[in-house]
Design a protein around this ligand. Structure first.
Ligand code: KG4
Ligand code: ZN
Length: 346
């Protein structure tokens, strides 16, 4: 069973091939990615119309590339998976349209994957794949959620952000500090030269007693600090503020993740989504989890941010578990807003 996965929900065109043989974890045969970050940088964020047009240009060449790398032909594909949502409507339609057209030509089934399910299951492509059940911390540009995961398709929401996502907090703070897009990696790089103790920033909802997050207040706090520093801000102050911002975000994510482990009694934490690439988050989670006898699992570094491999994998795992209902021929739509619980099985 060869599964093609197409990801086009935001600013990365990702295509990958996964093979499913027997009951083991499906194997990644090849993957290719084109990031639009450079194209959007001039605008300080993703321009949806430009994103859609670029996905159209990239998706078929990337598909040819992964087929060639895997030594397969189009006719060897058994299932075409694509990201159905959440994401930018026009961008999603590119991946969905290409997937459905390919499937119609090849007379193969299609399956629309939930983007967050892709992130959530991506650690299964790592060498030390986790076992169910586990707590998942999903931290991307648009989402911050803690889930209890009992198996493929068995997801229970434990808590989520009430306003901005953690990635958004990184991106917006980076923008205030005059850093490029995407801001998360840039802010993390600058933070390495800073002293986090130089600025006191809020840790929203840290002691709320539940597993919800809030990051909008942090962004406002960063804004007032930047305004106070004025136009003549020195490089050291910017680095200090970057370090303080990163520490505030990491503190909250780590504290809530530890609380989720405690509340559920589980000893495995899976971290997925772009912010999961953050080195300080990883070090702090590893250290604190070890203290309570828990382990943290991450996707391979290249699969933390958006990619086609996680989409092909999610479809393959669903198929393995009998949870994949092939879609009717050429009938598709995308879901720009789509809660993960909508694809959970009872
Ligand atoms: O999962 P992802 O690639 O796309 C979405 O589904 O949103 O996540 C992108 C987010 C962006 O907000 C980006 O700034 C953040 O992940 N990010 C990071 C790092 N790498 C990516 N944030 C902090 N530190 C990083 N090293
Ligand atoms: Zn994502």
């Amino acid at each position: 069973m060869n599964v093609l996965g197409i990801e086009s929900s935001c600013d990365e065109t990702g295509v990958a091939l996964v093979r499913c043989e027997g009951p083991g974890v499906p194997r990644l045969l090849a993957q290719a990615l084109h990031s639009q970050a450079e194209m959007h940088e001039a605008y300080g964020g993703v321009v949806p119309e430009l994103a859609s047009r670029d996905h159209i240009r990239r998706v078929l060449p990337l598909t040819r590339q992964v087929l060639a790398e895997a030594g397969l032909a189009l006719g060897d594909l058994d299932l075409i998976a694509y990201t159905r949502g959440p994401g930018l409507a026009g961008a999603l339609l590119v991946g969905a349209g290409v997937a459905v057209a390919l499937a119609a030509a090849l007379q193969r089934p299609t399956f629309g994957v939930h983007h967050l399910e892709g992130h959530l299951l991506s650690p299964f492509l790592a060498d030390d794949a986790p076992e169910f059940p586990f707590v998942a911390l999903l931290v991307s540009g648009g989402h911050t959620q803690l889930m209890r995961v009992d198996g493929v398709g068995r997801y229970e929401l434990l808590g989520e952000t009430v306003d901005d996502a953690a990635g958004e907090a990184f991106d917006k703070s980076a923008k205030l500090l005059g850093l490029g897009y995407p801001g998360g990696p840039a802010l993390a790089r600058l933070a390495a030269f800073g002293n986090a103790a130089a600025f006191e920033l809020p840790r929203p909802l840290l002691h709320s007693g539940n597993l919800d997050f809030s990051f909008a207040g942090l962004k406002t706090a960063v804004m007032t600090r930047v305004q106070k520093l004025g136009d003549n801000v020195c490089d050291q102050s910017r680095a200090d503020l970057a370090a303080a911002t990163q520490e505030a975000i990491v503190d909250v994510l780590v504290a809530k993740s530890m609380r989720a482990l405690k509340d559920t009694g589980l000893r495995r934490l899976v971290v997925a989504g772009g912010v999961g690439a953050n080195a300080m988050l990883r070090e702090t989670l590893d250290r604190q989890a070890a203290r309570r006898g828990a382990r943290v699992h991450y996707p391979p570094p290249a699969l933390c941010t958006d990619n086609g491999a996680m989409i092909a994998l999610a479809a393959a795992l669903r198929w393995q578990h009998g949870l994949l209902v092939p879609e009717p021929d050429a009938a598709f739509d995308v879901h720009p807003r789509w809660p993960l619980e909508a694809v959970a099985v009872a």
